[in-house]
Design a protein around this ligand. Structure first.
Ligand code: HEC
Ligand code: HEC
Length: 326
């Protein structure tokens, strides 16, 4: 009996030690850093480049929707091109993230960050200081020219001084960050174009849908804790916690060509374009309708053409707004 107690005590001690080491490890890994090449991208002041950057930022790439606070979304909806002061809050199961200020302010924005640091963050998912970024931004395969256009445009925006709080991870979030969050870079096997000419082709539609407008990132089921893809591409069913109403989530529909469950099956090009231009119909929708409304006909035609090529996946995604699953 005595020896049994002794053995149990030892096991307990060993367990405590292991837990202790794990906790120390988890906290130490909160400041882990990664390396990635700095793309050779330099901002310019050419007016055509700035116009392209402005179009991407407030349109298809919807930087504006995420990098503006909730109370400025109305201004964006009416087409105002406000500076991107950050502070949009994402409530996640792993904690709370706020988008940074990306105006040229030297203290609180990107004023002291180099073009190459910004380019690296967008292309390789490695933050200015080497930390891995959460995979909110799908721009890893953005062409060199588009990356340059976006960064050039950010540089000449009015500076806004606004401090944004650092991410607040709960303990689960810290464990996941320590063990599972790694930088997401360009997609394997897909060449990054130096430049790409906007036209209504499937190829350009694929570029926009996957690497600019993030249709794929939202219309595919993902693990909310890690951001990893867990569903088939474009089959929908990703339940995003509402950024407007706590306790609710909004679910993306299936955009594949499945005749039973695909939302846009049978939609003509005209109907598709009209639907996007119509904008938000579900008030809690997380889709950046205000930005996509501003997309050109050419871009919408290209996206439509690409979506016609998505192989059918049967997946009934249910109602659009649900109570947040625990
Ligand atoms: C879906 C929302 C979303 C969109 C769209 C988005 N961002 Fe972000 N962005 C974020 C979040 C969230 C972070 C913070 C990520 C983190 O700290 O892990 C971030 C961080 C950044 C950073 C800081 C990187 C660092 O090292 O701290 C820059 C620069 C940036 N975004 C620029 C852009 C630009 C430019 C665009 C458009 C081309 C854009 N973002 C579109 C959500 C978004
Ligand atoms: C930030 C996440 C997000 C992104 C990015 C996104 N969507 Fe959505 N989408 C949703 C959600 C959530 C819904 C369901 C709510 C709604 O209908 O607004 C939705 C609904 C839709 C619908 C159905 C509308 C209807 O009336 O039935 C279509 C079509 C659609 N998205 C197409 C697209 C396309 C095309 C893109 C890329 C250009 C895109 N989405 C990007 C989240 C997203």
């Amino acid at each position: 009996m005595k020896t049994l107690v002794k053995i149990l005590k030892r096991i307990l001690l060993a367990l405590l030690l292991i837990i202790g080491i794990l906790i120390v490890f988890v906290f130490a890994r909160q400041s882990k850093t990664y390396d990635a090449p700095f793309p050779e991208i330099t901002a310019v002041q050419d007016s055509a480049v700035l116009a392209r950057g402005e179009y991407l930022v407030y349109g298809p790439a919807h930087c504006s929707g995420c990098h503006s606070p909730l109370d400025k979304q109305q201004a964006l909806a009416t087409g105002e091109h406000i500076p991107l002061e950050g502070g949009f809050i994402f409530p996640l199961p792993i904690g709370e993230l706020q988008t940074p200020n990306i105006t040229p302010d030297p203290e609180t924005g990107i004023g002291k960050i180099t073009d190459q640091q910004i380019a690296r963050a967008l292309r390789y998912g490695v933050g200015y200081d080497g930390r891995p970024l959460f995979d909110f931004m799908p721009f890893h395969n953005l062409s060199d020219d588009d990356l340059q256009a976006v960064i050039s445009y950010l540089r000449q925006m009015p500076a806004v001084k606004k401090e944004i709080p650092k991410k607040k991870l709960n303990f689960l979030g810290k464990v996941i960050y320590a063990l599972m969050i790694e930088p997401i870079g360009p997609e394997q096997g897909i060449e990054i174009p130096k430049s790409i000419v906007p036209d209504s082709s499937v190829k350009y539609g694929e570029y926009l849908s996957n690497y600019v407008a993030n249709c794929r990132g939202c219309h595919t089921n993902r693990d909310l804790k890690t951001g990893a893809y867990i569903g088939e591409f474009y089959a929908g069913g990703f339940a995003m916690p509402s950024t407007m109403k706590p306790g609710k989530a909004v679910v993306s529909p299936n955009l594949t060509q499945d005749p039973q469950t695909g939302r846009i099956v049978g939609w003509s090009e005209e109907k598709f374009i009209q639907r996007i231009r119509q904008g938000r119909t579900i008030p809690l929708s997380e889709m950046p309708w205000d930005q996509f409304q501003q997309m050109s006909d050419t871009d919408l035609k290209a996206i439509y053409a690409y979506l016609q090529t998505i192989k059918p996946v049967q997946h009934d995604t249910g109602p659009a707004v649900i109570d947040l699953p625990n």
